[in-house]
Design a binder for this molecule. Structure first.
Ligand code: PRX
Length: 648
């Protein structure tokens, strides 16, 4: 429920904001005791939520609410459910309600709205298209689509027949897609001929075709978005197939713990891992966090700006709002196309109530002439969310005042691809909303701050953030085809606690997240590993050695910087730009190093390990420590010179 435009939902007490009576009157959850109540018996708590919140074919047996045999654990084991039924069928009594609002980038094109009834029809038909193409329960389907309605239709169609979707970010390269197709042995690839970005059609099909070569892909289903002619027996036209297909597809009854999707994410090695999510556990977490974090009601319109190539797009641009029966808005294009007012005009035009974005976007808009924002009426907003990277105080306050008009709570949600849904944040009906602080573990969950050995840190001291049993229902069910990686990444360090790889500390009992403690970078909120970029460079015959390190960046949070020792050729601006483009081809532009420094040697220990820590210090103009352990300490001054001469 959203009150009339411009309602103020917060009140300031000291340096924090709290929900006022207007917020408490509408919020789905306002009871501060929910945390202690849930902590008494978290399994029972989640079981109750799942029974009330979701539609089950049949419930799990009472003793299987949570089965833990670490490093694996399962929720609602034996419970039967279909995910698409929960997103669509059960809302058909309100079939005329808009499920999806799609805003294309070109301003002369029409916005598309799909009601729940229309979405139901398309998802059923497309599920039949998949079946006709021999896709069955448990098969992996690769989806390489931009932010267009067909992405939602394709993903939900997979869940209707129990196929596992594996979505690959459309800005990723053919090589990145190829590796993911091969890992999942997908038989079908769903893509588009392109999409619109910054005023131009951006082709996608050539990358898709290249990626599908020498893989298990038999057919490529193509959405006509930019009007390119597609020929060949391997290709099917998305909409032609949809129209020809039967209009009803019986939903496949799935076990709660069956895998629903894979999403590849970066870790500390060169190869991204396929994080697997199940059906029932993921569904309840997506549903409940939408209801309580974003106070989402059926009549609300939520806009999460994340791309479906990332977990935030899966859970909060698509699935969460639909599970609740609300309306989700998605936008195809660039945030400032055709002008920096575009996002804010979308909020005004479509009367968005809940807006969820990343700190990088906020920092970008702080730098924009404010008149672009001021001229739009943002008074329908009720809740603002942030995700993906720590938010600094200045950005928090700007977001609060300039976008939220000083009226709306900011929900700073901490979570990961692996966790499926948010785990730590403040609830809008409970508060407090404190700049830079995420909040408490969601009711029924527990996190602790520990040292390297898993011992709890004294209050207020910085340490490692770890999850405690029972683990969140939405959390991963392993790494696709790689048990060892799953164990090594998440369970090796603490054995009985989930290793988040994030640093954090408690501030007045609330979690403040300080960022990754491993070699994972967050570039404009996008997750990338330094090793992945290094591996890509290693494939280049000009390069002898390379080290990639993140450098703090005012706009993007972090950016990759590469230090390269050449095997052939000589350093030049031209070569730098060629090598940056090389990364575009190998991974995608998100991974493109902001700078490349050509050096003669990299600082190494006696055992040959490259000391990236020293390179990081040099980049931020700090005196590097521990030079005694280096076999080549003289390399450090030389690298310093290279950095300085490039600054001139
Ligand atoms: O370092 C944390 C950061 O993003 C990482 C997870 O990235 P990814 O799997 O791409 O998922 C991003 C969206 C859920 C975390 O390990 N992170 C996420 N949310 C926050 C955050 N850092 C600080 N504050 C947050 N709210």
């Amino acid at each position: 429920m959203t009150k009339k435009r411009g309602t103020k939902y917060v009140v300031k007490k000291g340096s924090a904001y709290w929900p006022n009576k207007e917020m408490k009157a509408i919020a789905n959850m306002t009871d501060p005791k929910i945390y202690t109540k849930a902590a008494k018996d978290p399994v029972k708590f989640w079981e109750e939520l799942a029974k009330v919140g979701l539609t089950w074919e049949s419930l799990w047996s009472p003793k299987n609410g949570y089965v833990e045999k670490l490093p694996y654990f399962e929720w609602f084991k034996g419970g039967k459910i279909n995910f698409s039924v929960n997103c669509i069928d059960r809302h058909l009594d309100r079939g005329d309600q808009t499920a999806l609002i799609w805003v294309p980038e070109p301003t002369n094109e029409d916005v598309i709205k799909l009601t729940y009834a229309e979405l139901y029809d398309k998802v059923n038909r497309f599920a039949n298209v998949l079946k006709e193409n021999e896709i069955k329960k448990g098969d992996v389907v690769s989806i390489y689509l931009p932010m267009i309605p067909e992405a939602l239709i394709a993903m939900l169609a997979c869940t209707r027949i129990g196929a596992i979707h594996s979505v690959v970010f459309s800005a990723f390269s053919a090589d990145a897609l190829n590796a993911r197709i091969k890992d999942g042995k997908a038989k079908i690839l769903i893509t588009s001929d392109g999409y619109y970005r910054k005023g131009k059609p951006e082709p996608l099909l050539d990358k898709a075709k290249k990626a599908a070569k020498k893989t298990t892909i038999k057919k490529i289903i193509v959405v006509d978005r930019i009007g390119k002619k597609v020929r060949g027996s391997m290709f099917l036209d998305f909409h032609t197939e949809l129209e020809l297909a039967e209009s009803y597809c019986k939903p496949e009854v799935m076990n709660s713990e069956d895998i629903m999707f894979i999403l590849y994410t970066s870790g500390t090695t060169g190869k991204p891992k396929g994080v697997m999510h199940d059906t029932g556990g993921y569904a309840i977490q997506a549903y409940q966090t939408c209801k309580w974090n974003f106070d989402l009601h059926k009549e609300d319109i939520m806009w999460c700006t994340a791309d479906i190539g990332w977990i935030t797009g899966h859970t909060y641009a698509f699935y969460g709002p639909l599970l609740v029966g609300a309306t989700t808005l998605i936008y195809e294009g660039g945030p400032n196309y055709p002008n920096p007012g575009r996002w804010w005009k979308i909020i005004e035009d479509h009367k968005v109530n809940v807006f969820y974005t990343a700190p990088t976007a906020i920092r970008m808009f702080i730098k924009t002439p404010q008149s672009w924002i001021k001229k739009h009426d943002l008074s329908t907003l009720k809740i603002l969310g942030t995700v993906g990277e720590p938010i600094d105080k200045e950005s928090w306050l700007w977001y609060f005042n300039s976008i939220g008009g000083g009226r709306c709570p900011i929900i700073d949600t901490w979570w990961q691809t692996e966790t499926g849904g948010t785990l730590i944040n403040t609830l809008p009906g409970i508060g407090p909303f404190v700049p830079t602080v995420s909040g408490k573990s969601f009711p029924g969950l527990k996190h602790v701050i520990v040292d390297d050995k898993g011992k709890e840190m004294p209050k207020g001291k910085k340490g490692l953030l770890a999850g405690v049993s029972p683990f969140a229902p939405g959390m991963l069910h392993g790494v696709f085809n790689n048990h060892k990686k799953y164990v090594d990444t998440y369970w090796k360090k603490f054995k009985t606690m989930y290793d988040t790889s994030d640093g954090a500390y408690l501030s007045n009992g609330l979690f403040r997240i300080t960022g990754r403690t491993d070699d994972v970078m967050k570039v404009a909120g996008h997750r990338l590993s330094t090793a992945e970029v290094e591996d890509a460079f290693h494939d280049n015959s000009l390069i002898s050695e390379v080290a990639v390190v993140p450098m703090p960046d005012k706009l993007k949070g972090q950016v990759p910087i590469a230090f390269i020792v050449l095997k052939k050729g000589s350093p030049s601006k031209k070569l730098e730009s060629k090598l940056r483009k090389y990364i575009d081809i190998k991974i995608g532009p998100t991974a493109r190093p902001k700078r490349i420094y050509f050096v003669n040697d990299l600082p190494k220990t006696r055992s040959g390990k490259i000391m990236r820590r020293i390179l990081k210090a040099l980049l931020i103009n700090e005196e590097p420590k521990g030079l005694m352990t280096l076999i080549n300490p003289e390399s450090v001054d030389k690298i310093k010179e290279v950095i300085l001469s490039n600054e001139k």
